[in-house]
Design a protein around this ligand. Structure first.
Ligand code: 2BA
Length: 107
């Protein structure tokens, strides 16, 4: 068994989890925050048999869009002068980790 850990945009999380549950996968949604943008995103936990990992990856990938976000950035010009300007960052589609599950029980 594997644990698929998929970090997706908040905007895509509903579509991705609905598509997964429609295909019979169990999904847990966690509200998370990206360390770089410090913006909210969603981490989905999906426990699956090894043979179904690719199907999960395909569903996540099909419903996760690439998008750009603007974040402020500072440049220093010395002697106490600096300016702030916006920088465009590309985020997503999804960042996916697949972990081995040592034991799975519902007790
Ligand atoms: P954030 O950490 O907020 O990163 C948002 C986007 O900013 C990233 O998109 C990437 O394009 C850029 N970025 C991240 N760190 C950067 C850095 N040190 N320098 C320059 N640009 C940087 P994605 O790669 O699509 O990542 C989306 C979210 O997935 C991340 O949000 C983070 O929450 C998670 N993530 C991505 N890679 C990860 C990893 N190796 N480990 C844990 N979480 C990860």
């Amino acid at each position: 068994m594997k644990l698929v850990l998929a970090i997706v945009s908040n905007d895509d999380s509903g579509t991705v989890s609905r598509a997964l549950t429609k295909e019979g996968f169990a999904v847990t949604k966690l509200a998370t925050t990206g360390g770089f943008l410090m913006a909210g995103n969603t981490t989905l936990l999906i426990g699956v048999d090894d043979v179904k990992v690719q199907q999960v990856m395909d569903i996540v990938s099909a419903h996760s869009k690439k998008r750009t976000q603007i974040m402020p950035s500072n440049a220093s010009y010395g002697v106490g002068m600096y300016s702030s300007f916006p920088v465009e960052v590309t985020v997503g589609g999804a960042t996916v980790f697949v972990l081995d599950v040592e034991r799975f029980e519902k007790v």
